[in-house]
Structures are given as C-alpha cells and as structure tokens.
Design a protein around this ligand. Structure first.
Ligand code: 5GP
Length: 238
C-alpha cells in the first residue's frame, strides 16, 4: 500500500521506499478557476504523465535541473523529493488570460522580452499576483534563489519555444514551479503540460491546451492526444 503524502487537483504524491524519491500519480481530473470548475476526462492523467515526462527529459538534456527521474507506468512517474516553493512562476511570450484582464492590453500582443510574473500559491487567496519583495516575505526564498528561479524560467522558455516550434505550436505562456531538495538545490518541479501552458496551432491559431476546458470550447482529450503525437514526432525529441 503506497503512503499518500499529498493530493492536489491533478496529481497524487506518494512516498516511496527511498526517502529522497516520490511517486507522482497523474489523475484524470481537470480543474479551472481554482477548482470551481471540475470534471474528469478518462485518459487525461496518462496523457499529461507522458507529455510532462517527455518535456522534462528534453529540459534535462538542455541543462535544466528537474525533479524528474523516470516514468513508472502510464500514469505514474518517479521524481526527486523537493519541498515546493509556494510560487507560480509564469512566463509570457504573448498576452493572454489574466494579464489581459488585469492590464487591458490586446489579447495576443507579442511580449519582447518575455514577461515574468510571480503568483503566490495559496488557494484561499486565489493565487494572487505578487512582486519580488512579497515573494521574499511570503515564500521563504532568498534573493539569490529568486534571481536563479527567474533566470532558469527564462532558459526553460527558450527551450520550450524551440520544442513547441518543432511541433508547429506557438507557446503563449506557461507556469512553472520550483522545489528545493534536502541539500538545498533548486529543481524544476511539478509538471509542464497543456494543463500548465497555453499553446496555439501555428497554422490555424486553434487553442491546444486547458483553455478548451476553461472556456468550454472543445474536447480536452483529443487536443492533449494531438500534443503528445506532435511531441513524439518532433525532431528535437529524436
Ligand atoms: P493566467 O495567469 O493567464 O491565468 O495563466 C498564465 C499561464 O499559467 C497559463 O498557461 C496557465 O495555464 C498557467 N497557470 C497559471 N496558474 C495556474 C494554475 O494554478 N494551475 C495550472 N495548471 N496552470 C496555471
């Protein structure tokens, strides 16, 4: 019997026999608006496990230290244990979502250089936007760690832009989470998947991510299947 350590909206986290390793199980649940909209889609957990495993492997190859160790089954992966820093680090290449609602710029406007935003991971507060000083106050990070996190987030953006370009997808924005190992090393943690990225088909502009569920404009599973197929066929993944 696996010991459940934590259950989140999209994943369960279990202890393993190795104290430094955890098992992540991807669930079929999709949530939006801080859990206010919720639905299960058979196969979603498997798709996000496979997509995120592939992307973390590519990120590791390009020099980003991540928590990912290996895929264990269709819905499970082994990761290095970290304590998650309660920050959502959002990188934006084009204006969308909460940025457009908050500051009223045109949806789709290109952002050069990319914009980095920090949100405080706190369900009770609906993950508010915060600045660096708030992060130092609330998230138990040092100034040096915060600078390293932002620098790494921009490097991840460069690699993801390349990966998704290969898939004929435009990367609008995405959210990252970082964790700290027992020894104090920062590792990219959580997941990178269509749950955490906004992706658009380069030819048609079609939304290819969780926005289809958030906005109720399409079928989630076929869209995620399409992303996995494109990643498997991408030249960078060969
Ligand atoms: P926005 O701030 O526009 O809502 O989101 C920006 C980007 O971060 C989007 O790609 C979105 O999917 C991702 N994101 C922001 N907050 C969350 C969250 O709490 N959960 C997930 N899965 N993604 C998030």
């Amino acid at each position: 019997m696996k010991e459940l350590l934590y259950e989140g909206k999209a994943k369960k986290v279990f202890c393993t026999e190795e104290p430094e390793e955890l098992l992540l199980e991807y669930k079929d649940d999709a949530t939006a608006f801080n859990g206010k909209k919720k639905e299960a889609f058979r196969g979603k957990g498997e798709l996000n496990n496979k997509i995120s495993s592939k992307i973390f492997t590519l990120l590791e190859e390009k020099g980003t230290p991540t928590h990912f160790l290996k895929e264990l089954s269709d819905t499970e992966q082994l990761v290095t244990r970290t304590s998650i820093i309660p920050l959502e680090v959002v990188v934006r290449n084009k204006a969308a979502g909460s940025l457009v609602r908050r500051i009223g710029i045109e949806d789709g406007m290109s952002l050069h250089p990319p914009l980095i935003e920090l949100f405080y991971k706190n369900d009770d507060l609906d993950d508010p936007l915060i600045n660096d000083r708030h992060a130092l106050l609330l998230a138990d990070v040092t100034h040096k760690e915060l600078m390293a996190i932002k620098e790494e987030a921009l490097k991840v953006n460069d690699v993801l832009l390349e990966i998704f370009e290969d898939c004929d997808l435009s990367l609008v924005d995405f959210k990252l989470e970082f964790g700290r190992t027992e020894g104090g090393n920062l590792l990219l943690s959580d997941e990178v998947s269509p749950d955490t990225c906004r992706l658009r088909d380069k030819q048609t502009g079609a939304k290819m991510d969780k926005d289809v569920f958030r906005e109720g404009t399409g079928e989630l599973v076929p869209v995620y299947e399409n992303i996995l197929q494109r990643l498997e066929g991408a030249t960078c993944a060969k």
